[in-house]
Design a binder for this molecule. Structure first.
Ligand SMILES: [Zn+2]
Length: 302
């Protein structure tokens, strides 16, 4: 594979759709196509991806580099996919199987890594040397982009802050809710959409989604505003602990929670209380590409 391919293909392997895009040499999207994901069928999923790649290359009239955005991660120890919520993929050698069927090197990364790579390449953090990107929705996945590339570690968990405990907990926050990972009080149990819902429900007795709580806050609802205030302080603490270790130039928030406007002013107003520095120059930025970040970041793996 050449260093700067004429076209880059990115595939986002989602739970309901598989999408492919082609980026030209200037990074513009010149092809986009999507098909339904074959549910629970690994061989059919492989064939769908290969079919999309063949279709795209027919349209382009040449071969292209290929990156894949997957739920979960490839275990460095086994080469098998792990931690995927599309469970038919877990334990499967997705990368090796794709490389064999498509006769080329393929690169693979999870959705949070693709998100931060996309935003760091030509999104809200273009030009920044260090970026922490998190997808805050049903979970709180994270990825780190350092000095022009994704940070990869021996465990394939770089940036995965969500299963650390909430920092500087108040008495009322201990011990925290049970987390599916087996621990209690993880950042994810507070900052995910379901975490915000749980916090609101504990105070008001009402089960509302994070979208609804954020909308009520905009309308001046007192209970929703108090819930968002608590959320802002927890987000500030959780990000401050990242700033204290990594000191990234930019932090960006993807996922549904990243659409809440006040986070971009209120969290930076608050995180100075927790960051070990006289001033905080870190920028908290709204992502540019939204739901396209997975497929774009996959293409930018080359
Ligand atoms: Zn956890």
């Amino acid at each position: 594979m050449v260093d700067t391919p004429a076209f880059r293909l990115g595939v986002d392997l989602g739970g309901t759709k598989i999408e492919i895009i082609a980026l030209d040499a200037s990074g513009e999207v010149c092809l986009r196509h999507r098909v339904d994901t074959p549910r629970g069928d690994y061989p059919a999923t492989l064939e769908s991806i290969a079919g999309l790649v063949r279709f795209a290359e027919q349209q382009l009239g040449c071969t292209a580099s290929l990156g894949i955005c997957t739920p979960g991660a490839v275990s460095p120890a086994t080469g098998l996919l792990k931690n995927s919520n599309s469970v038919c993929l877990n334990g499967k050698p997705l990368l090796q199987d794709l490389q064999r069927s498509l006769q080329r090197d393929v690169r693979i990364a999870n959705d949070a890594d693709c998100f931060v790579l996309s935003e760091a390449t030509d999104g809200c953090a273009a030009g920044a040397a260090s970026v922490f990107g998190v997808i805050v929705g049903t979970g709180t996945g994270g990825g780190l982009f350092i000095n022009g590339q994704l940070l990869a570690g021996p465990n394939a968990i770089a940036g995965e802050w969500g299963h650390n405990p909430l920092p500087w907990p108040m008495q009322s926050e201990l011990p925290g809710a049970d987390c599916y990972c087996g621990k209690r009080g993880c950042i994810e149990t507070w900052l995910s959409g379901p975490g915000m819902q749980r916090d609101y429900q504990r105070v008001t007795g009402k089960a509302l989604t994070s979208d609804v709580i954020a909308a009520l806050d905009k309308q001046g609802d007192v209970a929703a505003a108090a819930c968002l205030d608590r959320y802002v302080d927890r987000m500030a603490r959780a990000l401050a602990s990242i700033i204290n270790i990594v000191d990234p130039e930019v932090i960006t928030l993807g996922g549904g929670i990243g659409n809440i406007d006040r986070l971009y002013t209120d969290v930076p107003d608050r995180w100075g209380r927790y960051v070990f520095s006289d001033r905080v120059g870190t920028r908290l930025e709204r992502p540019v590409f939204g739901d396209s970040s997975g497929v774009r970041g996959a293409a930018w793996l080359w």
